[in-house]
Design a protein around this ligand. Structure first.
Ligand code: HPA
Ligand code: ZN
Length: 326
């Protein structure tokens, strides 16, 4: 079989996906119409044309504006259902999806509307595709730690259906240490922990995520490669990195896909995985990300299988479920 079919057919877990980043322009327009929300684009083509980013903040400004069309439980259900269908077609059998409650609660959308919509889509995906999923509540790091604490308190009735907390949004100037207390609280409540680190921020932010937040995974982690001792530590500890090649390209973390360090990460002994991050904004779902680096870096099937295997061993599934996927 050809490489395309091999990649699609390879069972994969997706570990780094922002559900708000899976909002395709077509659904954005449909929800804008359904909710009577004005959007500053003439049509779907104009939306796609606006997706040219010079850095993370350029993207975030457009991403938060796009999320304004999400208003009801049904909207969050439809958003997640579209993602699960698309991911299933790419051979994703398990997904750990981040959601940003503060993006919605700050606009007056109740936390319950957001999470209940996501949970109903999750149940539907399990019934329709046999696809399992877990939710990661991600805090916006450009907001205060007190706001994150209040968000975790709001989530209390659903904590049995939330696997982990995460940390996303503008990295520079918002180091992990800002969230040490709320992460400690989340850990005490039995939640797993992840944080974006080393996407734009320096290796020191990756170290803070490890030492001060005590994360179970690093989201991105690219800039850890600048520090040989840190690389050695990440490799020794078997720390999973949720790498997002097309995101790295679109947000100018790399200049060209041919420069992507995914194979270097594997050679260094790092437990890298491939993920789509915000597929509606970055031009590809998870199989597109595998294909992009396979083509640009000449990855062989063994390396692709290793990346897929890492996605299960780096997941928050119980050990028996991980074993069943290997
Ligand atoms: N980085 C930080 N915050 C985000 C991202 C990202 O890649 N995607 C959505 N929120
Ligand atoms: Zn991300």
């Amino acid at each position: 079989i050809d490489l395309d079919a091999f990649i699609t057919g390879l069972p994969k877990a997706e570990l780094h996906l922002h559900i708000e980043g899976s909002l395709e322009p077509e659904l954005m327009f449909a929800l804008a119409r359904r909710n009577g929300v004005a959007i500053p684009y003439a049509d779907v083509e104009a939306v796609r044309a606006a997706y040219a980013f010079g850095n993370l903040q350029d993207f975030l400004d457009i991403y938060y504006a796009g999320a304004d069309v999400l208003r009801t439980r049904q909207d969050f259900h439809d958003l997640a259902a579209a993602y699960f269908d698309r991911a299933a077609a790419d051979g994703v059998v398990h997904a750990e999806i981040m959601f940003d409650p503060q993006t919605h609660t700050a606009r007056g959308i109740p936390f319950a509307e957001v999470i209940e919509g996501l949970l109903s889509a999750r149940a539907e995906a399990e019934a329709r595709h046999g696809m399992t999923s877990l939710l990661i509540l991600s805090f916006l790091r450009h907001l205060s730690e007190e706001d994150a604490v209040a968000t975790l308190a709001e989530a209390e009735p659903w904590l049995d259906r939330i696997a982990a907390v995460g940390l996303d949004s503008s990295e520079m100037g918002h180091p992990p240490e800002k969230f040490a207390r709320v992460f400690a609280t989340a850990r005490e409540k039995g939640l797993r922990l992840v944080a974006h680190a080393g996407e734009e921020g320096p290796p020191a932010y990756v170290m803070q995520a490890l030492d001060l937040l005590k994360v179970d995974r690093i989201d991105h982690g690219n800039r850890a490669l600048e520090d040989a001792a840190l690389v050695e530590r990440l490799a020794r500890d078997g720390m999973t990195l949720t790498v997002c090649p097309l995101s790295n390209l679109k947000l100018c973390v790399i200049d060209a896909i041919e420069d992507h360090p995914i194979d270097r990460m594997l050679t260094l002994g790092l437990k890298a995985t491939i993920n789509s991050d915000d597929p509606a904004y970055f031009g590809g779902y998870v199989a597109d990300n595998y294909r992009a680096v396979a083509g640009a870096r000449g990855l062989d099937r063994g390396q692709l299988a290793t990346l897929a295997r890492n996605s299960f061993t780096g997941s928050f599934l119980p050990a028996e479920a991980v074993a069943a996927h290997l």
